[in-house]
Design a protein around this ligand. Structure first.
Ligand SMILES: [Zn+2]
Length: 287
């Protein structure tokens, strides 16, 4: 009973918070860009991860952060001596404002085409207004952006010598996606996962959710799929989700081994799955 009450109060408090970047200094704090593994670079802010994947035929940018993050990401790309005009493909792990609010601006800066899962495309094109949780919250809206190409689960995004496999991982949003890729370097191949972790936002209900009736099954499907994965190196939408700042500090020499953490991925998933199962069982006890 007490835990249900705490859960309820937590949900109320969180729902009352603005959805923007207020109170989240780590979302805007600059962070020096660096090479993670092979052709995969970190170009995001301290916590909002953006990944640049460099190929001989142009580059792929995953996630763009908040509306004000475009300039930071552009500066990060340029400080690595890459060109913003070489970005040919834009995509995202999910269409919440903290990962895609700068997508429209980034599209103007690069002229790149935006690729999203077919399920997530309407959320990007509505500027966040069709989101099942935050759609009514103006501070969660962002500049609507046209999706040029759509992908279904298991399809790929290819550029140059790089192939990203798109994995539909719904729940956090209906069309959230993770990406897997093989990164070849110096005679070896790294299995890399850029995951959209199945966390549950405050205020989201899993049972009898009129805006997203199949949400509980979608989360279950995502947990099942992610638990079947065994990446050597895993990355995620937020730096904190995969402990970037414990694995790497600015100035550290290039060494992909610091990001090899297959057990950490499953520990993080198990923690999130327990939160999901606990919330599901407490909601099912409610009248
Ligand atoms: Zn989100």
């Amino acid at each position: 009973m007490i835990s249900t009450l705490i859960l309820f109060l937590t949900a109320i408090c969180a729902a009352a918070q603005p959805a923007g970047d207020l109170g989240r200094p780590e979302w805007t704090r600059p962070f020096p860009p660096f090479r993670i593994v092979g052709n995969v670079y970190y170009v995001g802010t301290y916590d909002l991860a953006s990944y640049l994947i460099v190929t001989p035929q142009g580059d792929i940018l995953i996630n763009t952060g908040l509306a004000g993050s475009a300039a930071q990401i552009k500066a990060n790309i340029e400080s690595l001596s890459f060109k913003i005009s070489d970005v040919k493909i834009l995509t995202a792990t999910h269409a919440h404002w903290d990962h895609v609010a700068a997508m429209a601006e980034m599209k103007r800066l690069t002229g790149a085409r935006l690729i999203a899962t077919a399920v997530e495309a309407p959320l990007l094109e509505s500027g966040g207004k069709t989101d099942f949780r935050f759609g009514k919250d103006r501070s969660a809206w962002f500049e609507a952006v046209h999706v040029d190409e759509k992908r279904d689960d298991g399809q790929t995004i290819a550029l140059g010598d790089t192939v990203l496999t798109v994995h539909l991982h719904p729940g956090h949003t209906r069309g959230a996606a993770s990406f897997t890729l093989e990164v070849a370097e110096a005679g070896r191949t790294w299995h890399v996962l850029i995951a959209n972790m199945p966390s549950i936002n405050p205020g989201v209900t899993l049972v009898k959710n009129p805006k997203y009736p199949e949400i509980a099954q979608d989360y279950a499907r995502t947990f099942r799929d992610q638990k079947s994965m065994s990446p050597e190196i895993w990355l995620a939408s937020h730096a904190a989700q995969y402990g970037l700042h414990t694995k790497y500090s600015p100035g550290d020499p290039y060494n992909p081994v610091r990001f090899v953490d297959p057990a950490g991925f499953h520990t993080a998933l198990d923690r999130l799955e327990k939160l999901y199962l606990d919330q599901l069982s407490s909601e099912r006890k409610l009248p």
